[in-house]
Design a protein around this ligand. Sequence first.
Ligand SMILES: [Cu+2]
Length: 553
Amino acid sequence: MTTRIGWGRIRGVLVLAVLLAFCTVGWEHVYHSAISGGSVGGSIDDHLAPMLRDGLVALPLAVVAVVGGLWFGRRFTTPGRAALVAGVFGLLLAPSVVPHAHGSASAVAGPHAAHLHGPVGTAGVQGAVSVASLLHILREALIAQVAALPLMLVGLALLFSRPRSLPRLGLRRPATAVVAVAVTVLACTGVSLAGATSATAASPVHTLQLTDNPGNWFDSGTDIAGTRSLVVMQPADTVRFVVGTDTNTVHTASSLLWPTGAAGLPFDQPHAYRGQEEVQLTTPGLYVFVCKLHPFMLAAAIVDDPATPELDLGQKMTLISGLTVPTASDLAFRLLRAFFVITNPHNYQVYAPTGSTWDPVYPAVPVLAHDQSGNPVSVPDLNAAFQSYFHEPVTLAPAIPPTGHGVGQVWIDTEYEQTAHKTKPGTATAVETSNWTVSRKVALPSVNMNNPHNMWTDRSQSVIYDTQWFDNKLTVFDRKTGALIRNVTVGEAPAHVMTRVDTDQVHVSMNGEGDIVELSPLATRIDRRIQTRTPATPGSRTHTGCPPTGTRW
Ligand SMILES: [Cu+2]
């Protein structure tokens, strides 16, 4: 008898935990995909797998909540115990949606994967986000209560109340069956709701993968006239920016310009992140996004008004500076042209000793802009129009060396140069100034050197320090032989490096974090981190640093 009652309780706990985990997660999916204004595309199948996965992840938390809630609430009435179980579960579940330090978003399963972002983390950074994180936890815990509390009230009343007038085991068996049916019905309802909302309210999602590759830093997977960073979409479609496995550091996807008055814009993030962020774009026109760490990383979206035959650039555009200009203006044309040049490596200028021709290409599509008075300006072929407006192709002057002679070497980070035996771009190039010839290329395939951005040398000029801007490493190599000495993990997106004149210590600015790392001479170890972020400037990112205090970009 004792054994059977014990098993009954275990079974009751498991049923309650399953109910709690899957139904609450199902509810959160519905809430975050529809009610909170996020958008999730796809069919019911697209929702079912993530819900089941997230439900399984939440199941151990639900078991803990049920066991803990029942134990600590054993002297309470059923409503009290239900509130305790639901509350504990909400608090256990909520942190999975809160920014996490140095984590890979893909490693965190939860109903809020679309909202995950990770501010990169030193202790100081974590302190700055703790209040926001706490509020986020409380908010998510409250949202969970909408499903968890009624479920536990019903579940506990059926499974764990003690109606002494009724034979216990006789009641529990049908009660278990009722709860099992309820789980199935509620889970199916959740899936159906999510499917229904995705079919009616949610919009197609256009994904841009952030990468370390020159030109294609925001990669749509689709080539449009040489750029892979442009998406053409319908009003109310969503753009999703994924900072995932294609890049080795953190980034932002921040509005640079947008149609004046566009709903929900500008779009920005408080911290450089790993994971994904998304924005729904409803107003027709041109949108450009930039990474605030790496300001040549550009993405564009054209929200096309289906009522016009051309692609719509909108009436006016607002720049992040606050300036507003008509879309048919010299500045607007120059900005759009710059986008198509920067995001297409075939449009880069190449200088040659005998001279060369620069002939950039643009999409040969009709676009619709508007002049200062608001009159439509139809451009039948953007490629032809830009080539005419900017007098292209352009003849470039011959690349000839200086007439005088210099002393010593000049080292240049040839950041986009691709070489064999590694996947990431970038080399360091030495030029002899006595005769202006390239004497050495350092690619360091053994450490897959990634976007080397800035260099410095030690007092004796025996080593070169080089920052990997799209990674988290400071590379040290021998100046004369190019041999790797060490590759030191310093933090996210190290941008610039220089040494102290008094101690020969090395200072590296952490563009992805907002501090300066100070290392011992030759970068043998990290001595300290100098915070450049204050409570008043929580979003600051340190690009260059001057000892001892540093500057902010
Ligand atoms: Cu970036």
